[in-house]
Design a protein around this ligand. Structure first.
Ligand code: TYD
Ligand code: MG
Length: 453
């Protein structure tokens, strides 16, 4: 076999013939060294006989097998996967270190093993003994779950032949390697080749395969983007380190919607499903406190009630502080400017702190009105009635704009015992069932008059 040398960027996967910095990344202002890699040249070389091209088939004539989904036994995970895991699919789960990826997959292995044994758990990060200790703590019975602390992927095939697992977990893709590549585990070349090898194994054996992927400081899965292109499903496991709640989100799914999200709580005995996230986030809500407003946010198709909190206090320094947790900083600054200019609430000599309780995060503009009302409520030191949800997007002229999916949001609020809602005036009429007292607001001023007269 002939060997050749190539120089590869570890960020974007660019390959050059000479050492230096990556020209692609340099264009974006980042200077990264190209890393030397030795590649074994393909045997044979020269002329190869082209295999016959497969014939094209009319789309309508293709038959699809139904019932190829396995429930993982964890409802929130099944929901994100689009109703269970598809046989032979490759699923990448990314997340910060310590967020609970290994815990989630160990719990899923146990549940999958009950439905479709055996399950093989390949760990390159922890020893078998460490995993056993964790399993004991989680109360996982070992039936049907097999462990192997192996990182050489070329050895794995014999294990698969012997065990014939229905599902495989690789924890993590950055620790496994193929010995025929010279670069280190975790490098772009290794991650990509191992990913491709696992893809072929998963498809050929009809074996559902979960890959754990580490994320970089920027929050993307380490290794080349090609890994995300290669796999069928990419999930991100997120959460605040110091809060117990975790969210599993699909960013790509060939077998389902990417709008779904699963909510978990990390506890003494691992991850527990949170089937009622609104109740979870509202559990510690203060009663009759100023600066607290409940909004109904829509995550994909799932409505979730969140508590928005604001604290307004006289500024200690000439430049007032704006501190925002759980929402977009620039958006909050814009909303404070609208509140000041359009509703006459003087904030230029006030520090403003905005927080979404429980470590949750709002991304959609439907929370705008809630943030504005919470801020005004704290400034006036008057509480907003506690049985009301507030929602609406705010424009720069102080108008309250329509939000999507109002009926679903109000249904969730009614289910949690709320009795009234303040919604954009333009949305009046699409509130679905009439169990809530619904009021409309066309401007920020309207909303303030309605809630803080
Ligand atoms: P882990 O699954 O090892 O994270 P990852 O694989 O994403 O790096 O989770 C580690 C964290 O979870 C650790 O900080 C402790 C916590 N944890 C619990 O709080 N309860 C538990 O039952 C378990 C197993 C872990
Ligand atoms: Mg881990």
């Amino acid at each position: 076999m002939r060997e050749s040398t190539a120089y590869r960027c570890q960020e974007c996967g660019f390959v050059g013939a000479k050492p230096g910095t990556c020209p692609d990344c340099a264009r974006a202002g980042v200077y990264l060294p190209l890393v030397e890699e030795r590649v074994a040249a393909r045997r044979g070389g020269g002329h190869r006989v082209a295999p016959p091209a497969p014939a094209a088939v009319p789309l309508g004539a293709i038959s699809v097998e139904q019932g190829d989904r396995l429930p993982t036994g964890i409802g929130e995970l099944d929901r994100v996967l689009g109703g269970g895991v598809v046989r032979g699919s490759l699923i990448l789960i990314g997340g910060d270190p310590g967020i609970g990826k290994s815990t989630l997959l160990l719990q899923a292995s146990q549940a999958l093993a009950a439905a479709a044994p055996p399950v093989l758990y390949l760990s390159g990060e922890e020893s078998a003994a460490q995993i056993k200790l964790r399993a004991d703590r989680l109360g996982i019975a070992p039936d049907g779950v097999y462990l192997v602390a192996e990182t050489d992927l070329s050895m794995i095939e014999s294990q698969l032949d012997a065990l014939k697992p229905r599902a495989l977990v690789v924890d993590s893709i950055q620790t496994v390697f193929l010995p025929e590549l010279e670069s280190a585990p975790g490098s772009v070349a290794q991650v990509r080749e191992c990913g491709a090898r696992l893809m072929r194994l998963a498809k050929a054996r009809g074996m559902a395969t979960f890959l754990v992927g580490h994320v970089t400081k920027e929050g993307a899965i380490a290794g080349p983007r090609v890994l995300e292109h290669l796999v069928d499903t990419v999930l991100y496991f997120e959460g605040e380190r110091h809060h117990s709640y975790r969210v599993l989100r699909a960013v790509k799914n060939r077998f389902g919607s990417t709008n779904e999200l699963g909510v978990f709580q990390m506890g003494e005995r691992g991850l527990a499903e949170v089937s009622n996230p609104s109740g979870f986030f509202l559990a510690e809500r203060p009663q009759h406190a100023s600066g607290s407003v409940i909004t109904a946010s829509l995550e994909g198709t799932r409505p979730m009630l969140l508590e928005l909190q604001a604290l307004v206090a006289p500024a200690a320094f000439a430049t007032p502080r704006r501190t925002v947790l759980g929402a977009d900083y620039n958006r909050v600054c814009l909303l404070l400017a609208v509140l000041e200019k359009r509703a006459g609430v003087p904030l230029q000599s006030q520090d403003v702190f905005v927080n979404v309780a429980g470590g949750a995060r709002v991304v959609e503009p439907a929370a705008d009105l809630g943030i504005v009302i919470a801020t005004a409520s704290s400034y006036m030191d008057r509480a907003v009635r506690g049985d009301m949800v507030v929602l609406g997007e705010i424009g720069l002229t102080g108008e309250v704009r329509r939000v999507a999916g109002l009926a679903a949001r109000l249904k969730e609020a009614a289910a949690l015992g709320f009795s009234a809602a303040l919604v954009p005036a333009g949305n009046l009429g699409d509130d679905g069932n009439g169990s809530l007292e619904v009021r409309g607001a066309a401007t920020v001023d309207d909303a303030l008059r309605a809630l803080l007269p």
